[in-house]
Design a protein around this ligand. Structure first.
Ligand SMILES: NC(=O)c1ccc[n+]([C@@H]2O[C@H](COP(=O)([O-])OP(=O)(O)OC[C@H]3O[C@@H](n4cnc5c(N)ncnc54)[C@H](OP(=O)(O)O)[C@@H]3O)[C@@H](O)[C@H]2O)c1
Length: 254
């Protein structure tokens, strides 16, 4: 992609939560190439270090735990100090572990809700003072919020919660000229699959099961979600708010 501002992103300030790996990282690279000034957050010291090493030098990599309100407050202060505003906010940080419903513990529930729901809510709330008319918020939901998937009840519930949040905030923030949308991926190859906690043979069976049901007959790449985020963030999507856009090779309609 050229940096000729064909997407209208030159000089825009973009923050991506969970931008150290996977979809968030691919989005950071794409937005940076499109001319945006990019900030990414993460929590794990190892992935933070590799992101600092491997992302372009002008991408700012900050430690901020999505579960922590004080980290969100600190992040907002950093954005204010360095840039004074935010044009694009991609609320992407998320976790997904599989558990049969009977095996769900309070700690498992709290961890998923804290990262996937509370993190989205309070990161947006603390950054909202720096989002002005024309800015774009994109939440990473999941096809799992529409489709029943065994062992994914808690994860699906977290994504359903933020999908509902997107619709409400799209209406509430529209008078301020802020658009709020979501991307809804499925079967995108990222480090998340290795974190499901499945034994390798079960992971292979699950992958085969999903591949057979995807109309486009392949898993997706993080870059393919990144391109959708770029579209929703750009002036090309200026009349789009409150939508949940699947990026799933057709899985959700098959
Ligand atoms: N891959 C898919 O097929 C798929 C499908 C549907 C939805 N999604 C959604 O896409 C988003 C990104 O997932 P991915 O597939 O790209 O997986 P990933 O590579 O595991 O990325 C997750 C990102 O979130 C960050 N993160 C996790 N917990 C965090 C916390 N407490 N505070 C700050 N950052 C935290 C991770 O950073 P650390 O390394 O620091 O933990 C990492 O940067 C998630 O919301 C996921 O639910 C993915």
């Amino acid at each position: 992609m050229e940096n000729s501002d064909t997407q209208g992103l030159s000089g825009k300030v973009a923050l991506i939560t969970g931008g150290t790996t996977g979809i968030g990282r691919a989005t950071a690279e794409l937005l940076q190439r499109a001319g945006a000034r990019v900030i990414v957050t993460g929590r794990n010291p190892e992935t933070l270090a590799s992101a600092r090493r491997e992302l372009p030098e002008d991408v700012l990599v900050l430690e901020a735990d999505a579960r922590s309100l004080s980290d969100a407050t600190r992040l907002a202060a950093e954005v204010e100090r360095r840039f004074g505003r935010l044009d694009i906010l991609f609320l992407n940080a998320g976790i997904a572990q599989l558990a049969a419903f009977e095996a769900v513990t309070e700690a498992f529930y709290d961890e998923h809700m804290d990262v996937n729901v509370k993190g989205v809510i309070f990161t947006l709330q603390k950054l909202l003072p720096f989002l002005f008319s024309g800015s774009s918020v994109i939440v990473n939901t999941s096809v799992a919020d529409q489709r029943g998937t065994s062992a994914m009840s808690i994860y699906s519930a977290t994504k359903g919660a933020v999908a509902a949040l997107v619709r409400s905030l799209a209406v509430e923030l529209a008078p301020r000229g802020i658009r709020v949308n979501s991307v809804s991926p499925a079967t995108i190859l990222t480090p998340i699959q290795a974190k499901f906690g499945l034994p390798p043979e079960v992971a292979a069976q699950t992958a085969a099961h999903y591949s057979a049901r995807i109309p486009l007959a392949r898993f997706g790449a993080a870059e393919e979600v990144a391109r959708t985020v770029l579209f929703l963030a750009s002036p090309a999507a200026s009349y789009i708010t409150g939508v949940e856009l699947p990026v799933d090779g057709g899985l959700s309609i098959s």
